[in-house]
Design a protein around this ligand. Sequence first.
Ligand code: COA
Ligand code: AMP
Length: 640
Amino acid sequence: MGYAAEYERALRDPEGFWAEQARALPWFTAPRSILDRDPNGAWRWFRGGRTNTAWLALDRHVAAGRGACPGLIYDSPATGEVRTYSYAELTARVARVAGALAGLGVGRGDRVIIYMPMVPEAVMAMLACARLGAVHSVVFGGFAAPELATRIDDATPRVVLSASCGIEFDNVIPYQPLLDAALAHANHKPEHVVVLQREARAADLRAGGYLDWHEWEAGAAEVGWVEVDATDPLYILYTSGTTGKPKGVVRDHGGHAVALNYSMHAIYDIGPDDVFWAASDVGWVVGHSYIVYGPLIRGCATVLYEGKPVRTPDAGAYWRVIEQHRVKSFFVAPTAFRAIRKEDPDCRLKARHDVSSLRYQFVAGERLDPPTYHWLKEHLGIPVIDHWWQTETGWSICANMAGVELLETRAGSPTLPVPGYDLRILNEDGSELGPGQVGAVVLKGPLPPGSLPTVWGDHARFEASYWSRYPGFYLTGDEGYRDADGYVYIMGRMDDVINVAGHRLSSGEMEEAVAAHPAVAECAVVGIEDPDKGQVPLGLLVLKDGVNVERAALQQDLVRSVRETVGPFANFRRAVVVKRLPKTRSGKILRQVLRKMIDGRAYPVPSTIDDPAIMDEIGAVLVAEGVMAGPNPPQGGVSS
Ligand code: COA
Ligand code: AMP
């Protein structure tokens, strides 16, 4: 069946379509209902089904005689180690880590925070939680202590699993100070903290009162899986919304497994004998779905790469990994290729490697800018597939489905909606827009399996953030348009989410750090275009009356504050002082208007602005500071 027929079928008969996909996986008990609503009114898939994601990802492959097949390939330029875990080995380790967690009292429904670098034990920890029916929440290692503390307070874990350090290029980053500070800062006190000692830098476990991972795991017995409901939570993954408080995206066991299994063959064209590589981090949704769960549920080999696109040791690192492990489909954020292109513009290092195993290049996480797309097309000679999705959906909303029918690719477009997603472009008043017209990209409910059923501990926020703007439609937060053939083009966020090198941050998170400075009266942080990172944050500050600070020192303080409060990966490096900020008459800062002006895009000034002259005033400051090349008058006039 081709793409169009597959898409139509899922649209016409979602229950029939997804029941068939569910039958592609074994169940302890088959679902009683395919799709219904829970008492909150949220759509739920596969109610009554009994399963366990770790069993689907591990034990059932071993039971089917595939125990000797490669499961997890750990490739670490950071430590020099390359090691393949077979499905049997991985299952045994996970069963033991699960036993060790159970020994600490962790059981079904308990939360466990995993704050770890890209080591095999991080993957084992995730799967061990799943095995017990416990709910993991992985926190990206680049987050600073206050962000970790916020997540500890929201998820209220019994146990925190961590490591003694992370390795970023030549930089060894000790985790203990971050852990100590987060635990001191958090109101919730986890019962246990377990730390994996790494050679590059050991932690002082006794001082922290932490358990040693190696002893903890060695002393445990292997335990089996726990049957859970398809609708039980598998994990919480915090993501940035428009405010400073992250949203706990909840993922279930059943729908998630069915959706990922489908995506592995339908989108990525991956079978059990293939090697799949997503060069992301386990702290992000790409890591959850496509380093860990998707490939393992599919039964193929997955690469866990603790390295970078460049300088580990050079810009040929990716080609080396593809050759060494015979990777078939590779998935990474475009920013990584921009880093490679900068160091190896003619892609010469690729010629040193046999990358003939590579059939598809997938990219996502941020907009694939046309120059990077053309560079990839020219140098790879294989389909370059941009696909668009978000933490909330857990898998692709739009893609060129390599395993169904490869369609023509168009620069700047992630192609067409994937079966299960009924995508519309809406105007402010909720009417549907036609080809070429830019509007809010929304998805008509129900969303397919795998997408979030709620926000952890705050269902009202789930409704308010995603379903209230256009009732019956899920608000993606992105704006975009479709061309005459229906190809989708994603232009960027309509809200205050910033995307830095494929990492999602909110204005609010950074503004809290900036506004805490005693000289700052108020501020706005906006994401502006950057040739390397896609976007970088820029701070606009209004100083308190009568304050006299040295600008360079102020900027240094603010950069340090954002690094220590949010994390270094936010790449907050620049702040500009202005006299006032553009606001609506009700006091809301017009960040989107600022962003568009700085990026040189059309920015109709809303009629609700308290003083339209303010844009010229800020524009002049930004030109004088070298942020903008020249004034950019509003286009399209004043909108209401
Ligand atoms: N732990 C601790 N610190 C981290 C970190 C982590 N996991 N990830 C990033 N950082 C730090 C970096 O060390 C750096 O610190 P510095 O300012 O002290 O040098 C800072 O955050 C900025 O990091 P980054 O923006 O990643 O820049 P970089 O120069 O270190 O690396 C790339 C550039 C292109 C190699 C890197 O951005 C990359 O690999 N991007 C791929 C994107 C990706 O995987 N996205 C996931 C979504 S699909
Ligand atoms: P995250 O939840 O971190 O995966 O970030 C999701 C956001 O990243 C989306 O809402 C988009 O703004 C952006 N994004 C992800 N993939 C793409 C893509 N292929 N093209 C354009 N934007 C993307």
